[in-house]
Design a protein around this ligand. Structure first.
Ligand SMILES: Cc1cc2nc3c(=O)[nH]c(=O)nc-3n(C[C@H](O)[C@H](O)[C@H](O)COP(=O)(O)O)c2cc1C
Length: 228
């Protein structure tokens, strides 16, 4: 079979990689065990609008967090870095109905910026405060569509000019059931058409006008054994 000959896989949620986030929430009375600050791991999350900035998370009704988010209409999306990866997995396999996951994971619940009830994870590099605008019942999951009301970030993520450098956060992603750190930087928005100057400034090396020219030339001369 040639590389691009197709096999049929069937219909499944194959879109990958996806972000994996730690969503924190709480009930209206956090002194009660059933309403204490909680963390749920969510892979079905995404940006859905730019102005106003909006996101969605899809949550099964059976999750303890589902009721907390439904009751308050608030949640926080905490971005996950390498140091939080293990806690992120843990919060996705244990329920807040049975234990205080903040405590088990040694994490700190802090009141979320711009929200009344939800808590953020202090140790997360970036926390996104969200207010629910709509709930869509899709089948297995309900999708909470929410507006971003505030974003907080660790101060080390800002450079001297005040620019947010998210690459410093060492965020992780989720690919087909496995967690990965991000790899090599391949380019930036518009790099395929960027000027030589902009390309060099952003990438730190010169643009190769035709990266594969020498391979084609070698192939044409019958020298190249590599398959692409
Ligand atoms: C990597 C990963 C991704 C997950 N994504 C989702 C998701 O998108 N939606 C969902 O309802 N549950 C998802 N889960 C499962 C919940 O996080 C899990 O059932 C959790 O224990 C529920 O916690 P809670 O009962 O305290 O709310 C995921 C779990 C893992 C490990």
């Amino acid at each position: 079979m040639a590389k691009h000959d197709k096999i049929i896989i069937g219909n499944s949620t194959i879109l990958n990689p996806v972000p994996v986030v730690m969503v924190s929430c709480a009930g209206k009375d956090p002194s009660k065990d059933s309403e204490r600050p909680n963390i749920v791991t969510i892979a079905w999350a995404g940006t859905v609008n730019s102005e106003p900035p909006m996101v969605s998370i899809s949550v099964r009704k059976s999750r303890h967090s589902y009721n907390l988010i439904k009751e308050t209409g608030e949640f926080v999306i905490n971005l996950v870095n390498k140091s939080l990866a293990k806690s992120c997995d843990y919060c996705g396999v244990r329920s807040g109905a049975d234990e205080d996951k903040f405590k088990t994971c040694g994490l700190t619940a802090v009141k979320a910026e711009g929200l009344e009830y939800a808590y953020a994870i202090k140790e997360a590099p970036v926390s996104v405060s969200c207010k629910v605008k709509q709930v869509l019942e899709l089948g297995s999951h309900d999708m909470f569509i929410a507006e971003i009301v505030a974003v907080t970030a660790d101060s080390y993520l800002k450079d001297e000019e005040g620019k947010l450098c998210l690459d410093k956060a060492k965020l992780i992603s989720y690919n087909h059931g496995e967690y990965f750190t991000l790899g090599e930087k391949l380019g930036f928005f518009g790099y395929s058409v960027a000027s030589d100057e902009v390309f060099e400034k952003r990438m730190g090396y010169k643009k190769e006008r035709d990266k594969y020219k020498h391979i084609r030339e070698e192939k044409a001369a019958g020298k190249n054994g590599k398959k692409y």
